[in-house]
Design a protein around this ligand. Sequence first.
Ligand code: NIG
Ligand code: FE
Length: 432
Amino acid sequence: MSAPSVKVVDQKELSDLAIININELVTMDSKYGIPRIGSQMNQIGIIKNGAVVVRDDTIVFAGTMDEFDLQYSISEFPIVISGEKKLLSPGFVDPHTHIIFDGTRENELQMKLSGMSYIDILNAGGGILKTVKATRAAPISKLVENGHDILDHMLEYGTTTIETKSGYGLTVEDEIKSLKTIKILDKEHPVDVVSTFLGAHAVPPEYAGNTDAYIDLIISDMLPIIKEQNLAQFCDVFCEKGIFSIDQTRKILLAAKEYGMEPQIHIDEIVDTNGAQLAAELNAIQTGHLLKSNEPGLHALAEKQVVATLLPGTPFCLMLSKYAKARMMIDMGIPIAIATDLNPNCWTESMQMILSLSCYKMNMTPAEVLTASTLNSAYAIRRHNDIGSIEVGKQADLVLFGVPTHEFLPYQFGVNHVLKVIKKGEIVVDFE
Ligand code: NIG
Ligand code: FE
């Protein structure tokens, strides 16, 4: 899988850069709240005919062209980018992905077409366990190479920061290998990569029928090494009927908290196990899926302001008709983020695709999906002070799209609207 060619610009000279005459500048101004909830999700801080100035890796101006003209003259900038007829937004933050794996599972599409469910496929030796086998066999260099390919695609589609997880190793050695891969990718690739430990993604075959012994291994052997080597900021668990129960999930996440890792949880994806209540009880920063979550659980999330990270690519790839009830969650005041959930079952690097699915399948508005994929998703990984909006002092992670307005972005789907991506003040993708 090789990425399409990207024009990479020599960065040495680029200290000052101006983007001018921007038809629609989406600032995500934090004055409307962080995270945005309820009707605030529609407040995206639009400036018509706007301009942005970047110095080194930082935004130093964001305003109207009239304000720009009072302070600057275009001739002083070595690089001037035209935003005419275009949209400029903060870089996408994809807050829930699983990019550390080897092997592919395209054969499962046929299985799904013949009516097999996710759990049927897992029980037939496919699913997560198939990927675990391939990932264990892969040297770290292969995992790094795979990660680079995926991150290249993500960047080309406008994503500038992601969260990603281990979870296809499931031995001490292979989980550490996966987390080290994340560290290497964060260092080597322009996309910033935040690390989550997901040792409790499945019960590995050698512990089949003995889940508690595997949990002991996670708590006694994996967590201390991860803490000692500073390999993960968050800890996640696949809390699901037949995988890890509510009590087992609580046990793992409380232990992880002791080691300084904040909890997040995959909940209520296939069956409602009261996962939402647990995410609220543990004050998780974010919790993912929520396809089946019950109303009291959702109210508990609203009360604790736990971010619900909705992953519409998953029901799409599982060929399900029901998606998470985003409208109800927004009305309840739950902060909503959206993410790709990129994994071998649901493989897309494109947050633009996720924006479209969120509108067309979850009835979210174009403004809400932009909030959910920038500022709220930055909050979901605790990066909202640095990224997620275009404001003075924030990191210059910007995307220029070849569409006139934010409404156009999810509307025309299945194509890449990106023209330029700027990461930490540098033009890292240029399709113009
Ligand atoms: O979030 N549900 C658990 N984990 C992933 C899928 C992993 C896989 O199928 O490989 C998810 O959808
Ligand atoms: Fe996931």
